[in-house]
Design a protein around this ligand. Structure first.
Ligand code: PLP
Length: 394
């Protein structure tokens, strides 16, 4: 067998490991006694429109079509509905011919990277970052180059970004609202980022793609503005997912959108189709493709996440923890109370608190708290957080 593939399965992701540990622990001490903040599995049910539309599809659509293959990039009418929705919402000019339906954002990223990378080319990511970027980039033959965000603010370190870009740079991945910090990239920062990339494209005489990984696009609180990248940068690729917005992570549905302004966009789209073919990611799940048109613009009830964010942010800050203020997604990035985040995460287990150490996000000294959980669990967990804090400071 392939040694690297074996390694990938035997070194499971830290998030998954902690999640599995939590499941076993619950069997021993009971569900209510484990405070599992490990995984980003939406805790809200999908909105009613999802269930109603699925029933409608099952009752009214010819089953041969409903469960059959669509064309490889996805059903044309579905892609058209997505393009029209985006154009209405963001005032852009996207077309179905540049949309490729995928099994979630993971497949969208894997395909996009495979489509653009040649062996040894580099992909820049901003740490902390979603750990799977490393796996997807490696699989596409590329090399990951990490630019750390500024300590404290977690804004992009533009000076270091400029230094990191070189002849081999083929793409930069951004992810806002961000996993794990919950931060959003404001318009000025995006404009600055795009200006740097455009200049470097001229310097190096080739495209540098901006890949925007957007499973959390709608998970934004307090009406914070989230810029839509194709309006800011021509050579942009959006990797979108319905996993979190509609609480459908197990159904595996999302899409790739290539900006209609991308240079040689037709060739890029053909490469995406070729990459989809080579990876076996053709024809995303048909039933869920057909669900999309009726659900565009809907989300599950996000107010619960806002309640959880406010409760956790305020309570943990009051205890004395240092936290990055999250505008979106459903994660808090909290400074560990000792240098080694793994040791801190282990210590938290003593109180049955499952917090993901930040090392695998490419950033040391923090833990990620996933708050897509029951608010009641958060309330019950707060005294445990206090006891954990007191261990260090009393
Ligand atoms: N990108 C980020 C930042 C994520 O947090 C996740 C999932 O948690 C994914 C991509 C993968 O999403 P999907 O379930 O749509 O494949």
């Amino acid at each position: 067998m392939n040694k690297r593939m074996y390694e990938l399965s035997s070194h499971a992701s830290v998030i998954r490991e902690l999640f599995e540990y939590g499941k076993k622990r619950k069997e021993v001490i009971g569900n209510d006694n484990v405070f599992d903040f490990s995984i980003g599995n939406p805790s809200n049910p999908c909105p009613n429109i999802v269930t109603n539309s699925l029933i409608n599809l099952l009752e009214k659509t010819d089953p041969i079509n409903l469960h059959g293959y669509t064309s490889s990039p996805g059903d044309y009418e579905v892609r058209k509905s997505i393009a029209e929705f985006l154009n209405r919402k963001y005032g852009c000019h996207e077309v179905p011919e540049k949309i490729y339906l995928t099994a979630g954002a993971a497949a969208a990223l894997t395909i996009s990277l495979k489509a653009i990378l040649n062996k040894g080319e580099e992909v820049i990511v901003f740490a902390p970052f979603f750990p799977e970027y490393a796996v997807f980039t490696e699989n596409a033959g590329g090399t990951l180059k990490i630019v750390k965000c500024l300590e404290g603010s977690f804004n992009i370190d533009f000076d270091n970004l400029e230094k990191a870009i070189c002849q081999k740079t083929r793409a930069v991945i951004i992810n806002y609202p961000n996993n794990p910090t919950g931060k959003i990239l404001d318009r000025d920062s995006l404009v600055k980022l795009c200006a740097i990339l455009s200049k470097k494209e001229k310097d190096y005489q080739h495209e540098i793609y901006l890949i925007s990984d957007e499973p959390y696009r709608e998970l934004v609180y307090d009406d914070t503005f989230v810029p839509f990248i194709t309006n800011y940068y021509d050579n942009s690729i959006v990797c979108y997912s319905f996993s979190k917005s509609l609480s459908l992570p197990g159904e595996r549905i999302g899409y790739i959108l290539i900006s209609n302004n991308a240079n040689n966009g037709d060739i890029l789209y053909k490469s995406v189709c070729g990459a989809g073919r080579s990876l076996g990611f053709i024809c995303a799940p048909t039933l869920f493709q057909y669900l999309i048109p009726s659900c565009l613009g809907y989300t599950s009830d996000l107010s619960v996440y806002k309640v959880n964010r406010d409760l956790l942010y305020e309570s943990l800050s009051n205890i004395g923890y240092e936290i990055v203020y999250p505008d979106g997604a459903f994660y808090l990035f909290m400074k560990a109370l000792e240098k080694d985040a793994n040791a801190f995460s282990d210590r938290a287990k003593k109180y049955e608190l499952l917090l993901v150490p930040s090392d695998s996000f490419g950033y040391k000294g923090y833990v990620r708290i996933s708050y897509c959980v029951d608010s009641d669990m958060i309330k019950r967990a707060l005294p445990k957080f206090k006891k954990l804090f007191d261990e260090y400071y009393i």
